[in-house]
Design a protein around this ligand. Structure first.
Ligand code: 8YV
Length: 313
């Protein structure tokens, strides 16, 4: 691709400011953003008339105003599929690690607090036999369901649409049209829906109050789906038992109230952070650019909203 394009590299390992984004997008045919780039209507209004493709390096496109891009005839593409299994692995790892207090134990051992095995030392809770409620049963939700089923969890899910009965049966998954009823019934909740206006603070103080006191919540999707201050309060008050988070409302800063809770694991947005996923994400970006150059439809074109995730009532 380097022989076909003049490539301008983004600044290393730091988010671009809105003015840097506007400047970058004003002079290119293709722009490759990451999740930290807020491609809003103002940035898009600044786009070069030559800009034909915003080829997102990632699956989620909530940071891109896709409707504005389409309004200017700019295609948006993403990288679905290739990061599914790694993200589901991380969600499963958090489901196992939080109730077994794995990270807390590591911290305590390094601090010299492990004085030897004892019958009641660092007791956690059993995962097998629990009930998992998956919010958003797309590719990653289903990949998590396969793993969780093997770990002996009973699988429940809430999704705007019920998945085909054959897939439901293979996964052993039960659909809940009513999110609140599901939240009150399960002791693990894992979030796998996109961030949209409909899912903003989907998990808020009211919903947390309906959850079981022995329940844990895992989020490898998007931070803004959970009201983080309400989550920290619910854990502190023992309304729920703990959380495993990989994404935050105001990345890269988790809500300060989460930082001193031992029963919370805070991962630094590493759902797709394997050499393999990132290489395959890069390959998909290139496939979409190639298609655009050859005047073919981009295989991973993202449609503007209209079919946004809705919470069934
Ligand atoms: C990526 C993600 O690391 O694909 C996504 O939507 O959240 C992450 O797994 C990120 O998007 C990179 O831009």
């Amino acid at each position: 691709m380097a022989d076909l394009f003049e490539t301008v590299l983004r600044p290393d390992d730091r988010p671009m400011s809105q003015s840097e984004l506007a400047a970058a997008i004003s002079d290119c045919d293709v722009f490759v953003p990451t999740v930290t780039d807020r491609i809003d209507a103002t940035v898009i209004a600044n786009a070069s008339p030559r800009l034909r493709l915003i080829a997102n390096f990632g699956a989620g496109t909530d940071h891109i105003d896709v409707a504005s891009a389409h309004g200017r005839g700019i295609t948006v593409s993403n990288t679905p599929g290739v990061l599914t299994e790694d993200t589901a692995d991380l969600a499963m790892a958090l489901i196992l690690a939080v109730p077994r207090r794995l990270v807390e134990g590591d911290r305590r051992l390094r601090a010299g607090e492990f004085k030897g095995w004892g019958p009641t030392h660092m007791l956690g809770h059993r995962v097998r036999g629990g009930k998992l409620g998956i919010i958003g049963m797309g590719r990653i939700g289903q990949a998590l369901a396969r793993r969780a089923h093997a770990f002996g969890l009973d699988i429940h899910y809430h999704n705007r649409r019920r998945i085909p009965k054959g897939i439901e049966a293979t996964l052993g998954a039960t659909w809940h049209a009513d999110l609140d009823a599901m939240l009150g019934d399960v002791n693990f909740v894992s979030i796998h829906c996109p961030a949209t206006p409909d899912t903003h603070h989907l998990i808020n103080a009211e919903r947390l109050s309906k959850m079981r006191p022995d329940s844990y919540i895992v989020n490898t999707a998007r931070g803004e789906i959970i009201d983080e201050a309400a989550l920290a309060a619910a854990i502190r008050n023992q309304t729920i038992s703990g959380a495993g988070l990989d994404v935050y409302e105001r990345e890269p800063e988790p809500h300060p109230d989460l930082l001193d809770l031992p029963n919370v694991i805070l991962a630094p947005h590493i759902g797709s952070a394997t050499h393999e996923s990132r290489r395959e994400m890069g390959e998909l970006v290139l496939i979409n650019i190639r298609a655009m150059m050859d005047h073919h439809a981009c295989p991973n074109r993202v449609l503007p909203p209209g079919a946004s995730f809705q919470v069934a009532s």
